[in-house]
Write a protein that binds this ligand. Structure first.
Ligand code: DAH
Length: 346
């Protein structure tokens, strides 16, 4: 008997002796698959052995080939039987194990919800909408003229400085330069220039300034409002804003108008609110909420209105600020970090 033949037979009987204990020792499906692979997988013992068939003398090949195939079939049927047995055993264990606890709460998908800034904006639009204001949205990049000059800012006003304002390159010179709008007051110019009084408009949107600390973000949200008609006075502004603030903060607040300066209004004011004192306690701190005033005659002229005929008021507020005051959030950055733990508190 040739040496190759002898080696082949020895290999064959080794596998015949080994596969059954190996497959039977596997206690779960993956181990069982691994055990099978050790014999009939691409580099399994039987596969390797059969590669040596070419060295075996011709006359013995047929017999050995048949033996190999029979062994392969035997391994596969033991594998099938073992797999079925393992599956049955697993099912049995589950049936006999502790009952399913149907009272355990399921895992729900987290419901989505509106961001506090979006909610504040929608609430503002609801209230102003109910008062008859239309909504207009405008571009976040606008001309230097609409952002500053036409609103009565002198050419060297500090707000126009590159330290405060983002300039867009390639946008032209002077009044034709383009900037990321620093306030939504640009919308006064846009809307009034394209239509006649009377009008009442609110315009929410993003604005940009070179500011970055706990209470300032380089991008934030404002809402601008303005109303022009014959015979509009500061009393209209004061009454309308007081009603608005009471509705937004749900009552229980005091409102204070403080004289202030903005180039595009005369007179101008800042408005503060605070919680009323309850049961003899102290009132809350005054919080600055918005700027407002009577639209300056120069601005009315710039948009083609006759200040002898019509007058109007304007106001602007930070939507993020209003959301912060409403929810008692001290750091504006928290509104932009999108941390679920923070956002789901609202
Ligand atoms: N545009 C001002 C700002 O960004 C806010 C403002 C103040 C708007 C007074 C107004 C106003 O319409 O009358 O600081």
């Amino acid at each position: 008997m040739s040496e190759a033949l002898e080696k082949f037979r020895a290999g064959l009987s080794e596998i015949e002796g080994a596969y059954r204990p190996a497959l039977e020792a596997a206690a779960e499906e993956n181990a069982l698959r691994e055990a099978r692979a050790r014999f009939t997988g691409p580099s399994g013992a039987l596969t390797e052995l059969m590669k040596g068939m070419k060295d075996v003398p011709g006359p013995s090949r047929r017999e050995l080939g048949q033996a190999c195939n029979a062994l392969k079939t035997a391994i596969q049927s033991l594998f099938d039987a073992r797999l079925e047995a393992l599956e049955k055993a697993a099912l049995q264990a589950e049936l006999e194990g502790p009952a399913l606890d149907l009272t355990l709460p399921g895992r729900r998908p987290l419901p989505g919800r509106l961001h506090p800034i979006t909610r504040a904006e929608y609430d503002l639009l609801d209230i102003f909408g109910s008062m008859g204001f239309e909504v207009a949205r405008g571009p976040e990049i606008d001309t230097f003229a609409r952002c500053f000059t036409q609103l009565g800012f002198p050419p060297d006003h500090p707000a126009t400085d590159e330290h405060d304002t983002f300039y867009v390159t390639g946008g032209g010179e002077g009044d034709d330069a383009h900037v990321l709008r620093t306030h939504t007051s640009t919308m006064q110019i846009r809307e009034m220039s394209r239509r006649e009084a009377p009008l009442a408009v609110v315009s929410p949107g993003k604005v940009f300034r070179r500011d970055d600390d706990a209470t300032h973000s380089p991008m934030f949200h404002q809402l601008e409002g303005f109303l022009v008609d014959e015979g509009i006075t500061f009393a209209h502004l004061q009454g309308m804003l007081t009603v608005f603030l009471e509705r937004f903060f749900g009552g229980g607040i005091e409102v204070r108008f403080r004289a202030s300066y903005f180039p595009f209004v005369e007179p101008g004011a800042e408005v503060d609110v605070r919680r009323k004192a309850e049961h003899g306690g102290d009132p809350g701190p005054w919080m600055e909420i918005l700027g407002c005033g009577m639209i300056h005659p120069t601005v009315l002229k710039n948009v083609g209105y006759d200040p002898e005929k019509v007058s109007g008021f304007a106001f602007g507020m930070g939507v993020d600020r209003i959301a912060m005051v409403r929810h008692g959030v001290p750091n504006i950055k928290a509104l932009y970090e999108n941390d679920q733990r923070f956002l789901s508190a609202f």
